[in-house]
Design a protein around this ligand. Structure first.
Ligand SMILES: O=C(CO)[C@@H](O)[C@H](O)COP(=O)(O)O
Ligand SMILES: [Fe+2]
Length: 223
């Protein structure tokens, strides 16, 4: 099955004092990945809906919010209202994931659910139809610049197989340590949406890196 591959740079390693300009450096990105951290679900703190709303106003690229927060049931809707086109909550934090996914969709965004590296996908097989995307973390959430965890590759394959079995259109995103070294492994395993933070923002030309990542993923997906 041919998949539409998308590159979503994370701004976590961009210059927070100049976010509008930083996003302008990745004009060919499909989405801008915004990592929201609350210092409770993960030991790091970034920004909230006010900042995200300002960023949404500054770019035509849609925002892909990744909420690493303790109470997504309460706070996720604010990120739809802030202008995000996709909102991802962590299943380890959500109290009622089906209700939350339905609420995000009803408010007009794509609903997505994230799993930490050690969280299995199988218990959520029956709710894949409620989700526009599943995010599989390929590092422990909290920080950019970590080493890709190869141990997640079998889960990417299993998630793709479940999606094919159920015939759902759910996208499969990988996040953490994705680079020119690792993106082919992810694409071969069945991922179709690739978050890359440090790989993009440590490059001299971030937009050229987006293109290079896209080309590598495409060649691996068709191999
Ligand atoms: O959600 C996270 C980290 O928790 C990610 O979005 C990373 O921030 C991506 O950065 P790299 O691992 O690509 O540097
Ligand atoms: Fe992320």
């Amino acid at each position: 099955m041919s998949r539409h591959l998308q590159i979503t740079p994370s701004i976590l390693n961009a210059d927070f004092a100049a976010l509008g300009a930083e996003v302008a450096r990745i004009g060919s990105a499909d989405w801008v990945h915004v990592d929201v951290m609350d210092n409770h679900f993960v030991p790091n703190l970034t920004f909230g809906p006010t900042m995200v709303e300002a960023l949404a106003r500054s770019t035509r690229i849609p925002l892909d919010a990744h909420l690493m927060i303790e109470a997504p049931d309460r706070h996720a809707p604010a990120y739809v209202e802030a202008g995000c086109g996709s909102v991802t909550f962590h299943v380890e934090a959500a109290k009622a994931p089906v209700r939350l996914a339905r609420e995000i969709r009803a408010k007009g965004a794509r609903a997505s659910m994230a799993l930490k590296p050690a969280t299995p996908i199988e218990p959520y097989e029956d709710m894949l139809g409620e989700l526009d995307m599943v995010l599989l973390m390929t590092v422990e959430p909290g920080f950019g610049g970590q080493k890709f965890l190869d141990l997640v590759l079998p889960k990417i394959r299993r998630a793709r197989a479940l999606m094919d079995k159920h015939g759902v259109e759910t996208w499969l995103q990988v996040d953490g340590g994705v680079s020119l070294e690792t993106i082919e492994r992810c694409a071969e395993a069945g991922a179709d949406v690739f978050v890359a933070g440090s790989a993009v923002y440590s490059a001299d030309d971030p937009d050229a890196m987006v293109a290079a990542l896209r080309a590598k993923a495409a060649s691996a997906a068709t191999a």
